[in-house]
Structures are given as C-alpha cells and as structure tokens.
Design a protein around this ligand. Structure first.
Ligand code: SF4
Length: 324
C-alpha cells in the first residue's frame, strides 16, 4: 500500500461519540465523548505510543482507526487512501494490512481451537485454501515468534501467558500487515515476559518495516518501542512529541504526572513529582475548558472556561495547555 514517503496511517480530527440512551423508548439523553477530535500520523516502520489512564479513550481510538467501531466523524487515511467511506467489501484489502493484538491473550483466543488453526484462520478467511500451504505458513510463523511448530496442535490453555501473546502476534502477522494496533499487548504479562514480547515486536518491526500503534496506560512500557508518543486525556491528545522529548522535556502537567509513576534508572536525573488525585472524570460530562483542570495543580481561572488548543511549541512537539 504505502509509498515510502506516504504515512502508513494518517488520522485527522477523528471523533467517536456513543449515544447514551435511557427509558423505555431508548431516547438519546447524552453522548459519551470517547474520542473527541484526535489527529496523528504513523510513518512506515515507526511506532506511535498512545498513552493515558483507563477511560481516556485510547482503546476506542485504536478500534475506530481499524473501523472495528465506526467513527462519528473525521478522516482515516491508510497508505494515502481515505477509508472512512469504504463499504465492507471495499475495506477488505485494507483489513489485511491492519491487524490488532489484544491485551488479554487468553480471552482473545478460542479455547476450543488448536493454536495452529487460530493462527491459520486469517489465511483461510482471506483465501489461502490449501491446507498444506496454510500449515507451512503457520509453522513458519510459529517459529518466527519463538514457538515450536510442534505446538500447533496444542490448545490455548496449554500455553503460558507470554506464549499465548506470541500466538496472538503470529495471528496478527499471518496476512503480512503494514500496521498492527497493539491494545495494551503486554499489560497482562509479568515484567520479564513484557520485555521479551516487546523485543520480539521490535525485531519484527525491523525485519518487516511494520508500523505499530501501541496503546498502553504505562509510559514506561511504550518508551522502548515508540518513536513518537501521544498522551491522551478524556478523548483528546494533550501532548504529542518524539519519545525523547516526552521523557526529557514533558510540557503538559498530565504527562508530568504519568512520568512521575515511571522509575528513573539514573539518580542524577531529577524529575518533578506530580501525583494525580482522583479518577478520570466521566466522558459523558467532561469538565469545561481544559478537561484536566479538575486535577491540575497549576490550574488558573482561564483553564475552567477556555479549552487550550493543541499548539506546536517546538518543532514536532505539540501541547495543549494555557501555560505553555
Ligand atoms: Fe492545567 Fe490549565 Fe494547563 Fe489545563 S490549561 S493543563 S488546567 S494549567
């Protein structure tokens, strides 16, 4: 799909609002502003880390980009082609190019299917009808993700958590995608296993020029795999920059707070500690002005009234805060 200089994915002003229905007549009484106008770009062979607490809209953003959930408005270009208006049939070739890895490798794998059939299913659905050919391709995928081809005839419960996530990765790779959305793909794993899976994803990226949209609530997890990071709060991107800038010069108080939870390996590096109070407010009734004002220690009166635009404050570094 993508020419080398065309982004694999370009998302502009994407919104996903869910109606809130009530009563016998199921009347719409409000909207959940799950994703409220986000824009980002992912180049070929690069990773965008999408970070925020639970309830910030990042999972909905990932699903909407893949059109597993239909967007309310906005634009999604895959390799330069707008896909928001495409019919199911027209979308099919793009579905091959965009795959997803889920958080919970156990619930996302059918417990009654052999692991080999799970990995081979996308091949069958997309027309690789020869059983022998499928078995060969699945065996190669097993070997590539660090599983033994002999394990193809095991059931998911016979694998460890890390191995199950490897099955999920092999399934995502089966159709030779350009882009993989990882929705908290390592959150359910032990820390040492997380590192192994992230290293596998990085190796695969180098080998296959893969692009990732890597969704996580944990900045420490995305640090080692992301080229760019977008920090999301209540449906909006509040900071967007290359990974180094986010870690060395965070500009948004929310990013600062997320970073406060990340251990610093070098004691010479001092970071502002900012501990967040309370939970993310409801996306049905987001706070007025800056959505973050109810939790921000630097809040000024203007923040309660006026929503700060996402502005470029240095080349490639955007932030949405009145004080920057
Ligand atoms: Fe805090 Fe105001 Fe900046 Fe929002 S605009 S992050 S409330 S200082």
């Amino acid at each position: 799909m993508a020419e080398s200089n065309v982004p694999v994915l370009e998302v502009r002003d994407l919104k996903k609002h869910f109606p809130v229905k009530k009563g016998l007549l199921r009347r719409t009484v409000g909207q959940v502003y799950a994703v409220d106008g986000i824009s980002f770009t992912i180049a070929s062979g690069e990773t965008l880390g999408l970070v925020g607490e639970s309830g910030c809209g990042k999972t909905t953003a990932g699903r909407t980009v893949l059109r597993l959930t239909e967007p309310t408005s906005g634009s999604i270009e895959v390799g330069g082609t707008e896909i928001t208006g495409l019919s199911k049939a027209e979308l099919r070739p793009y579905r091959r190019q965009m795959q997803i890895i889920f958080q919970d490798p156990f619930s996302s794998l059918n417990p009654r299917m052999y692991a080999g059939d799970i990995v081979g299913e996308p091949l069958l659905v997309h027309g690789v009808s020869s059983k022998k050919e499928r078995a060969e391709q699945v065996a190669a995928l097993f070997a590539r993700v660090g599983l033994r081809p002999a394990q193809m005839s095991n059931y998911p419960h016979q694998f460890s958590g890390g191995q199950r996530q490897r099955i999920g990765i092999a399934r995502a790779l089966a159709l030779g995608p350009k882009l993989i959305v990882g929705d908290e793909p390592v959150s359910a794993l032990d820390v040492s296993i997380q590192a192994q899976v992230i290293n596998l994803l990085k190796d695969l990226q180098r080998e296959r020029q893969l692009s990732y949209l890597f969704i996580s609530h944990n900045l420490a997890v995305v640090e080692h795999i992301s080229h760019q990071i977008a920090v999301m709060y209540l449906g909006r991107i509040v900071e967007y920059a290359d990974t180094r800038s986010i870690f060395t010069r965070p500009q948004h108080p929310y990013t600062e707070a997320l970073l406060s939870a990340v251990p610093v390996p070098d004691p010479a590096i001092k970071r502002n500690k900012l501990v967040l109070q309370g939970d993310v407010p409801s996306p049905v009734k987001p706070p007025s002005g800056c959505h973050f004002h109810t939790r921000c220690p630097y809040v000024v009166p203007r923040c309660r009234i006026e929503s700060p635009p996402l502005r470029e404050i240095a080349p490639g570094h955007k932030v949405s805060c009145h004080l920057r």
